[in-house]
Design a protein around this ligand. Sequence first.
Ligand code: ARG
Ligand code: ZN
Length: 844
Amino acid sequence: DTVYLADYAPFGWTVEEVHLTFRLSPDATRVTSRIRFAPNPEGRQDRFFLHGEQLKLIEAKIDGAPVSPEVTPRGLTCDVPDAPFTWEAEVEIAPAQNFALEGLYMSNGMYCTQCEAEGFRKITYYPDRPDVMSTFTVRIEGDEKVKLANGNPVDSGAGFAEWHDPWPKPAYLFALVAGDLVNHPDSFTTRSGKQVELNIWVRPGDEDKCAFGMEALKKSMKWDEEVYGREYDLDIFNIVAVDDFNMGAMENKGLNIFNSSCVLASPETSTDANFERIEAIIAHEYFHNWTGNRITCRDWFQLCLKEGLTVFRDAQFTADMRSEPVKRIGDVIDLRARQFREDNGPLAHPVRPESFQEINNFYTATVYEKGAEVIGMLKRLVGDDEYYKALDLYFARHDGQACTIEDWLAVFEEATGRDLSQFKRWYSQAGTPRLHVTETWEDGTFTLHFRQETPATPGQPEKQPQVLPIEVGLIGPNGDEVVETTLLEMTEAEQSFAFTGLGARPVPSILRGFSAPVILQRETDNAERAFLMAHDTDPYNRWEAGRGLAKQALMRMIAGGAAPDEAYLGALHTLLSDETLDPAFRALAMALPSEDDLAQTLHESSMTPDPQRIWEKREEMRDAMARWMPDLLEKLFHAHQVPGTYQPDAGPAASRALANAALSLLTRLDGGEKARAQYASADNMTQQLAALSCLLSIDAAKGELAAFYDHWQADRLVIDKWFSLQVAYAKPAETAATAAALVEHPDFDMKNPNRFRAVFGALSMSPAGFHHASGAGYELLADWLLKLDPLNPQTTARMCAAFQTWRRFDADRQAMMKTQLERIGAQQDLSRDTSEMVSRILGD
Ligand code: ARG
Ligand code: ZN
């Protein structure tokens, strides 16, 4: 059942308009459709096929006359006239039995939908593909107080509501919500003076958690007008919070649906990190209105067309709202943790994949985050002015269309006069390029010699050189910048760039701003790293130099049994003491490379990572950090307390991040005294959770953990944190047992993806615990993936990715992971989602 990009053919009919009526009922919702089809002059097909899954067909008519289509589990075929015709069908579905959370389902008594990518076919028979676009008119009948659909409201009365969406859209953007919801209303006036009604709809009791999301929405609307010239295009914009949701959120036209964890926020219940993420996701979904909805994808292989671009846009937004370097550093940490791991293992795939079995398995870090990096490289290469010129052309030319990466690149070629044929390899070649650098110095000329190579990935043994934008600056021996940031454009496998007329040999600052998503391989020493950490004018590379020092020090501890490096500790002390530096930047500098990052690096150097040892050495380093600078930590902790009422803004959040980073080290020295005091006095979740984490890290949180539960037991999102923290902070030998005990807790509910991820996401993201030599982590995760698969294939399949690194490890661990993967693969009636993931991970 593999689908290929190369097989694309347009649908044989166009859809002129769609009318839907829903008569809601938990176990027997009736959906009637009336759809105007016409033969598509550009896509003749022999047989009329409509997707449809898990539908009970009650009746079907063509031009008013009953027909008897041939029905299979995937859809129906039917003889149709060779002229425009009206299709009518009535189907029955059972939203209360839908635990896959795809199509129309129920969450806490409320009806909601998730149609991307292919969920609409579980609602009614339809050509469920993104290149079929139509206007929709929707009538909802039911007793629920609130009944919402896409577009503008046209009519409502006792027991019904009608909506009309004038913008043609593919079915994946369809949405319906009905329930006894309450709203947080507001409004926005667009720059051309149009009043837009805004609402965030939530369950009663959550009204006080909407204000922040609403502000984020208004900021996003304004930002898209100012930066991209994009205005909103309906009279109303609704956001709904739903507790049971597979992903973060969904950009349905005029009716965004959010996982409640990605929209509900209050100082008491949300951390600074939650606030920042909510702001970014609200922006992301809003920005999709132009990059995704007005211009959509021709087919699902083009997913990065909307996702890469929209992630790039939301990152620009966050950088503008908060700190640009801090956002960039955070994104690179995330890219290396998730996308590099994917790109360097069995799940590697191009930003635009060429085949799939289940498209839901391709909502990946590669499509999203590497897809955004590709846009970032394009922008660097063409420059800001040309970038926005190309975007204007893209919107002007393709508004209302379902497009491809070819369309996107053609716009850039036309607007900028560049040939992007080589650049296009970023979309087709999987794998992370390695960029090797050496330098020579002679007669005032400093030359950088680059060599790029990309390792083989599944299905792609050979790789061609890619276009690499490499931003470089040179720092003179006295610490002054002698060459400002310069963009080198590498196109060959090997290429050198010379800088002439220099008085003394400079220190190069390479790949500033992480200008290309590559692994930089360069022989350097700690003196040079410390020099850059002190003098680089590029904040990203300044951070990177510090991270390089930390990584070297840890690698020597892990691989060679060295003691914690005093040069690193000294350099960190200097950096942390510099009060001119953003506290958020210093907090980032204090964080060590993750266990997984270290495992990845060891594997890259042909060593077998031992997760337990990595964990121990990181702990040892953190102890050493605490002992090396207790006075400084104490000072940072006190100096960065934020007085007054909690504000989620970047400024105070940065101070809290630094103070709490200091607190977590101080906790190793004071037995938790300060953390306990902070826990007791905290009036916001950031401070409370930071303190609780500190106490958990020294296994001294018993009382606080119980008190936390008692206090927050009615708050689902806070209790998710309670579940996940216990797993995250368990000692490696106890991680699996902790998770196993938590699933016995009455509040554990495997049907709720947030709760399932709270426990099992935390398990798979605790490398030493998950990979514990007993194999208990592997077995427990496999047990629960097998239980979840029949209910929710999407979430199960995503979480299988925990096993993707299996080939990095020693023979015993490999064998144990393989056994579990094979056990999952052998399950009767395993979903297509999970079976595709398991077989890709196993490599068969
Ligand atoms: N388009 C959504 C977003 O990025 C993600 C929805 C993905 N859903 C899925 N079932 N694959 O904002
Ligand atoms: Zn998106």
